[in-house]
Design a protein around this ligand. Sequence first.
Ligand code: GTP
Ligand code: MG
Length: 313
Amino acid sequence: MISMKNAIKIIVSGLDNAGKTSILTALDKKYNFQQEILELKPTIRVQYHQTEFLGNLCFFWDMGGQEQYRKLYQKRQDVYFDGTDLLVYVIDIQDKERFDTSLAYLDLILKFFMNNEMDIPIIVSFHKYDPELRTIDEIHDSINDLRELITEKYLTFKILFQQTSIYDIISIVQLISYGLSIFDEKFFELSVLVEEYLVNKFNSTSLILFDQNGIIISEFYREFINPDIYIELLETIKEHLFLLKRMQEEDFSLDYNFFTLENKLLSYLHKIKIRNDSYYVSIVIEEKYKENLLEKFPDLVEDISKILEVILP
Ligand SMILES: Nc1nc2c(ncn2[C@@H]2O[C@H](COP(=O)(O)OP(=O)(O)OP(=O)(O)O)[C@@H](O)[C@H]2O)c(=O)[nH]1
Ligand SMILES: [Mg+2]
């Protein structure tokens, strides 16, 4: 496992029109990005995005995917791919005609990593998996076929897969969060802790830890969630992404927020400070467990702080 360091280079690659710039724009904005995305132009060569995650600077290299640029990267592989810590490879799941082209491009990049003994984690995003497509068998078949092909061909790499759509902001947040959490085994400890609180202490429906940019550090969901509660849950998490931005503004004096949902659920967002940074705990819980939650919440804050203190550089 790679150890955390101060600058992380993340290559975001895939064919033209796959949705790379859209993903990064959605991640930056979280809200009101729809219009901007509709107006996106193809990326010329490489565009850089930057974000901070647990005290590390993450540089995203948004690699324009048009053929002329792909050829350029191939010619100057060292310039573009050297020093990469994480590859996010985006495949447009609606563009079946170009699956083979996309796989060939992925192969080119992975060969470079293999030849240079770069054993880096890879995340493949099956993108444009829009909500209305989720019941279509053909789409699922495509995803399964691609996943199988890729897994069997590249046994030496650690590859994670994630379905994403810009119409589902949480899927985008998760994509990047998975990528970043690969860098430290402390994240495993954190997820054990989060699960323990969700299941045994709070009895909550969901428990998520966000950083101040709304990137998920850890998350856990109740194993069985009723379908109508599930939709509400996702809406609430979206609200929380919005709310945590507002909590950073000066006129927002409280460091927590409660609201009641239908189905007797409560939504809770709490800001915690560790060193100079803010983190946000998002919880959805049945109303009857509220008192218990409030009583035990300080323990969670203490336990999370202990782990994050170690992870932070
Ligand atoms: N239906 C759907 N369309 C999307 C989604 N994400 C992006 N798009 C659209 O796909 C088109 C291409 O998106 P870009 O983000 O510019 O693609 P890109 O991968 O950056 O392309 P290059 O810069 O040429 O490499 C745009 O018209 C977006 O609106 C998605 O999740 N679902
Ligand atoms: Mg682009």
